[in-house]
Design a protein. Structure first.
Length: 436
């Protein structure tokens, strides 16, 4: 089979597969949930048609034999997807005997796997089935695949009420890509003091909506800027004649869907930059109407993990880097540059030319409060520093970026000296390496 490499959108592939399984899903009443790592790029280079065939056959084989009501289809990739990496397409805990699925599946997809250098991976002692396929990036080294147009759209607070715990976890992961704080279901809402006014977005499963609940939301919308979103299947209509300002999030939800709903919800407010104060008192309680809605569902409020610490106390929890790295990890830098077809020493010279003296520029743009220049500088610095293995410098750039997300820009000045000291060390290491 001839290999065909071209750029394609992974979201289009997943929706094509979802639609092709519609009859089978409806007949067996199975919900297919996509759980996608945020590290997976939107645009990839590879054989799109072969991938559609592989994934369709894989899921068809599982859905035909499965008695589960939810199938979670996970896509995993390395955190730092630099140029060419393998993506794992995985269905865990199928509750099936693997040999009942894999032999028939191999016969159907082996020629497609050969065409894309893919591999069907399974363990006869497990009920997990996954396929690994290597892909290339469209934009080398760019790992911010969904860029919101304004920083005011970042860091919102979300309340998510769903029947399915698996759907909730999938949505939570995708919102966290934009550093959103997501509370799931009744217990988390109660720990906020039954205060819907705390949240920027309220998302609820369509099956749990009732008129009493919508009256509560309508009352809250009169005094806050909360956004009301209903999660529903593509072929279902909203059951009420709602007078609310409401948007819809259609299943199966993917990262692209979250990106688009955020734009739809907040574009009009982008230029206002209003600071919304949270009322310490509960505006009104939803507890009764939510409980009533859930009492008719098959799954009551599941137990949730404790609410994480406040944003102020966890401003850098998203940064898991170990800052005790060597100043310049040349072994890592060589590996990174080789992956993208670049020459390490040439990239070191490029960094030297581009960033020598940048500590002075960094200081000046902070002192003149040129915030957009600071943000753009940090994005470029983090990408280039990671490429050459200057991880401490990349860590500083990422910390500065988080200050904007959490509205802590008053702390920018503390990073001027940190960056100056670390940059001098890196530049000295680069010069020593180039002169060796």
């Amino acid at each position: 089979m001839k290999k065909i490499d071209k750029f394609f959108d992974i979201n289009v592939v997943l929706m094509t597969v979802f639609v092709s399984l519609e009859t089978l899903r409806d007949r067996k009443n199975i919900e297919l949930i996509y759980d996608i790592d945020p590290s997976i790029p939107k645009e990839l280079k590879g054989d799109e048609k072969a991938l559609v065939n592989i994934l369709t056959q894989m899921l068809t084989s599982i859905l035909q034999k499965s008695e589960k009501k939810e199938i979670i289809f996970s896509l995993h990739a390395p955190k730092n997807f630099i140029d060419e990496e393998s993506i794992s397409f995985l269905v865990e805990d199928t509750k099936l005997l693997v040999q009942d699925v894999t032999q028939q599946l191999k016969d159907k997809i082996q020629r497609y796997l050969d065409a894309v250098n893919g591999e069907l991976i399974y363990d006869e002692n497990s009920s997990d089935i996954h396929i690994s396929i290597p892909f290339r990036l469209k934009e080398i080294g760019d790992r911010r695949y969904y860029r919101l147009p304004d920083i005011s759209m970042l860091g919102k607070k979300v309340l998510l009420i769903t029947q399915s715990d698996n759907v909730a976890k999938s949505l939570q992961k995708m919102f966290k890509y934009f550093l959103y704080d997501v509370d799931i279901n009744k217990e988390a809402y109660q720990r906020r003091g039954d205060n819907l006014g705390y949240y920027d977005i309220f998302i609820i499963d369509e099956s749990l909506v009732n008129k009493e609940l919508e009256k509560v939301v309508q009352k809250i919308q009169k005094v806050t800027h909360i956004k009301y979103v209903i999660l529903r299947k593509a072929n279902e209509e909203h059951p009420f004649d709602s007078e609310l300002s409401v948007k819809y999030l259609i299943k199966p939800v993917m990262q692209e869907s979250i990106f688009e709903i955020i734009l739809e919800l907040f574009t009009d407010e982008m230029h206002h930059r209003e600071i919304r104060l949270i009322d310490k008192k509960s505006l009104t309680s939803m507890d009764k109407c939510i409980h009533e809605a859930f009492s008719h569902s098959t799954e009551l409020f599941p137990e949730k993990e404790k609410i994480q610490k406040t944003q102020d106390n966890s401003i850098f929890t998203e940064v898991k880097e170990n800052i005790n790295h060597q100043v310049l990890n040349t072994e890592l830098g060589v590996k990174n540059t080789q992956k993208v077809g670049l020459i390490y020493k040439k990239e070191l010279r490029s960094f030297l030319d581009g960033f020598e003296g940048s500590d002075i520029y960094f200081r000046d743009v902070i002192q003149t409060k040129a915030m957009w220049q600071v943000k753009e500088f940090c994005i470029d610095l983090e990408k280039k520093a990671n490429l050459i293995g200057a991880q401490k410098v990349a860590y500083i750039a990422e910390q500065v970026s988080l200050l904007f997300v959490y509205d802590k820009i008053d702390n920018l000045s503390m990073f001027m000296s940190k960056y100056h000291l670390e940059l001098q060390k890196v530049l000295a290491e680069i010069k020593a390496h180039l002169n060796a």
